[in-house]
Ligand binder design. Sequence first.
Ligand SMILES: Cc1cc2nc3c(=O)[nH]c(=O)nc-3n(C[C@H](O)[C@H](O)[C@H](O)COP(=O)(O)OP(=O)(O)OC[C@H]3O[C@@H](n4cnc5c(N)ncnc54)[C@H](O)[C@@H]3O)c2cc1C
Length: 326
Amino acid sequence: MPRGAGHSLDGQAQALNGVVVDMTGLDTIHEVRSDRVVVDAGAKWSDVLRATLPRGLTPPVLTDYLELTVGGTLSVGGLGGASQHFGAQTDNVLALDVLTPSGELVSCGPAHPVLAGRGRNGIIIRATLRLVPAPETVQWHRLRYSSVAQLVADQRLLIDAGSFDYLEGQLKVRDGRRVRELEAVSHSGASLDGLEFDDADTHVTSYWDFVNRLAASEPVLREAGLRESPHPWCNLFVPDHAVEEVLRHLETEDEDLYSDFGLVLAYPLRPERISALELPAGELVFLVAALRYASDQETARPMVEANDVLTKMVLRAGGTLYLDPL
Ligand SMILES: Cc1cc2nc3c(=O)[nH]c(=O)nc-3n(C[C@H](O)[C@H](O)[C@H](O)COP(=O)(O)OP(=O)(O)OC[C@H]3O[C@@H](n4cnc5c(N)ncnc54)[C@H](O)[C@@H]3O)c2cc1C
């Protein structure tokens, strides 16, 4: 079983009575051209960006956290706030070198089942990834809402308009208060006209600081003792018709299930742009991810139970799972 950075949460990069192949030694960035980069699968996305950004280029879709390996995210899909436009990271692969389960090294196009194959259909050795121009700076809005319905309505409006480069909705509990927030990021100063948020803050930051924003949370989590502790996370694809009900359900959950760090991500995707993943039927789906941080096994238990309830609810509504172990 190949292992990238080992960040998956349910033992996906482990092999009971089997062999684990650590891919992190294969991390060379081979070549950056105006429309593509050739990288070894053990390279992290932060390494890819350090090689491409000086040329003014970026992969179109990045995960929220960049210390994941190229092979690790291509073997699950790889989604982010730009997926509304560009699909998953697996939709932005131009070519692959794959070690097949029968031990053959093949060079192939992006239709190979190793993409989103969760390490079961071979090992990605090298990938050629699409690049697009990177902006130097971005306008980063945090819009706050008084209801789930309005948060979802504005996301529907914005995905239809296609005006923002990055969209990710969030629910969280901070200082005992429920917060509903939409991160809407524009490379070109898109307008907020017509949106129904209550209040907002906006700042301009470098593209690198925006895409690398989670790096700052690592030392904070470590200090709180929550980096290495259990993370009962649950990632689901929810049909558009059920998303408000699911988010309202999440808002009725006990606040202790979130701590000061936990949150729910909820953002829209167009299934037609995502080829390697099993998504619910319909023109629009939402990725809903309950990201919970437990201090120990005891506090993890109710979180795991809450995830089971959530998963059943979403599957009943026609949803599907993301990142689940095969
Ligand atoms: C803090 C954090 C933030 C995240 N944010 C996002 C996000 O925004 N969007 C998103 O989509 N996901 C996100 N994820 C989930 C993440 O994409 C997956 O867990 C990913 O698989 C982790 O990559 P990794 O390098 O740690 O892989 P590992 O955990 O090491 O491996 C994951 C799977 O990939 C397989 N694999 C690894 N390398 C290869 C290879 N070279 N060839 C074939 N198979 C391989 C393994 O066998 C295993 O099945 C996040 C995870 C964390 C911890």
